[in-house]
Design a protein around this ligand. Structure first.
Ligand code: ZN
Length: 220
């Protein structure tokens, strides 16, 4: 099924599916688990619109390039253009909060990192960004105090809180908008807390944002 942005009530915001702008190592506990130093400025990368698939539908992962890791992240849906944006413009432009999986070909990424090559093949491949339906931002009291949880086959694997982000959402989006004009329909992935690990076909996933959003899905 063709992915379209959607709210949890089933309505569609009539926004195109744009690019996904992501940040690496935005939680100290995750940087530490991969033995990575904490960056001195936000480490940005992108996934194209062709990476996006519906999270609540069973999705496939590539099996030909080594280990595929899940990274569970808070996703932010942008509804207005942002360039060199300030926090008021950003607050106005955010039209949805949801969940994203930043699927990563970890073995390939390690090889690319060793050679000093770009990450795209490991991060931006087709289907590398399952997204949930979005919640209206007004329904969330504080986006910097949201629990992000992933359960794989009945076992909690990631359970982090957005209060531990190294770059909080508004400054992060502001920083991104200096380099990349954000357009209506673009999505921001805000980084993963610790606990990343491999996914395999047949795995059953439950992805949760507080008690407000709960997606049950499966890897094909
Ligand atoms: Zn990530």
């Amino acid at each position: 099924m063709q992915y379209k942005h959607q709210f949890v009530d089933g309505t569609e915001p009539s926004l195109p599916v744009g690019k996904v702008v992501c940040v690496g190592r935005n939680y100290a506990d995750h940087a530490a688990e991969l033995n990575n130093p904490i960056p001195t400025s936000p480490m940005l990368f992108m996934k194209p619109s062709t990476a996006v698939v519906e999270m609540s539908e069973p999705f496939a992962v590539p099996m030909d390039y080594g280990t595929v890791h899940f990274e569970t992240e808070m996703a932010v849906l942008i509804g207005q253009p942002l360039k060199n944006a300030n926090k008021y413009e950003i607050e106005d432009a955010i039209v949805g909060i949801g969940l994203g999986l930043d699927l990563t070909l970890r073995d390939l990424q390690s090889k690319l990192k060793e050679r000093g090559h770009p990450w795209e093949k490991a991060k931006a491949f087709d289907g590398s960004c399952p997204l949930s339906p979005f919640i209206e931002p007004a329904a969330i009291d504080d986006i910097q105090n949201v629990q992000i949880r992933l359960t794989v086959n009945g076992k909690v694997r990631q359970d982090g809180n957005s209060s531990f982000m190294l770059n909080k959402v508004y400054p992060l989006v502001a920083y991104m908008s200096h380099y990349f004009t954000l357009l209506p329909g673009d999505v921001i992935l805000t980084g993963t807390p610790a606990g990343v690990g491999a996914v395999s076909p047949g795995d059953k996933l439950i992805v949760e944002l507080d008690e407000r959003l709960r997606i049950e899905t499966q890897v094909l």
